[in-house]
Design a protein around this ligand. Sequence first.
Ligand code: B4P
Length: 194
Amino acid sequence: MLNLVIFGPPGSGKGTQSEKLIERYGLVHMSTGDILRAEMAAHTELGKKAQAYMEKGELVPDADVIEMVARKIDQTKDPQGFIFDGFPRTTAQARSLRNMLTERDTRIDLVISLEVPEEELVKRLLKRGQEAGRQDDEIGVIRNRIEVYKQMTTPVIDFYKKMRKYVPVEGVGTIDEIFERIVNRIEHYISFTL
Ligand code: B4P
């Protein structure tokens, strides 16, 4: 089983690279952003609650997100591995993920962290806002998401550095170039570990 976290600020390419990694390694996609947007579209209680946070660019409360992820893990039959995309976003989420996986007799193998300068993030998200119409891809909300990332999410980096799981990858270039950098790091890990 190969379990990855794809990590990075909003707009760093997590969703984009996840799709390619899923195809290559047969992983199950666990995108908390996608799951929350589906809950919103289905007008569930969780979706209604999450909407108020997401439209401002704030994080949905840890307890709700953690419970949602645990439920999805348990609903997945015989996974070859998971790719956690946009989760964990706080150290509380990181600790819960570690406990959840330990209880299920597995662990995170690597945390792939996409490094992209802030102005490039803003440019990408504004472009997606124009093309795909995601409501949180609007300049004020984008700036807040990046601030929230700096304050709430960057401490997760130290959590995984201490566990020797943290792998920084340059996230600027073509999608295929970045994918190749990520695959090189995963293959290196697999050849020595799995
Ligand atoms: P997410 O859905 O995770 O949104 P995101 O951070 O913007 O990442 P995404 O994967 O969509 O974008 P990507 O970088 O791939 O979260 C949305 C909101 O949900 C959060 O703000 C929060 O409110 C809530 N939420 C989610 N998870 C949560 C959690 N765990 N706890 C609490 N709250 C949570 O791509 C961005 C754009 O860049 C795309 O248009 C793409 O085409 C483009 N792009 C990608 N790679 C590129 C490249 N190499 N060059 C040029 N453009 C590129």
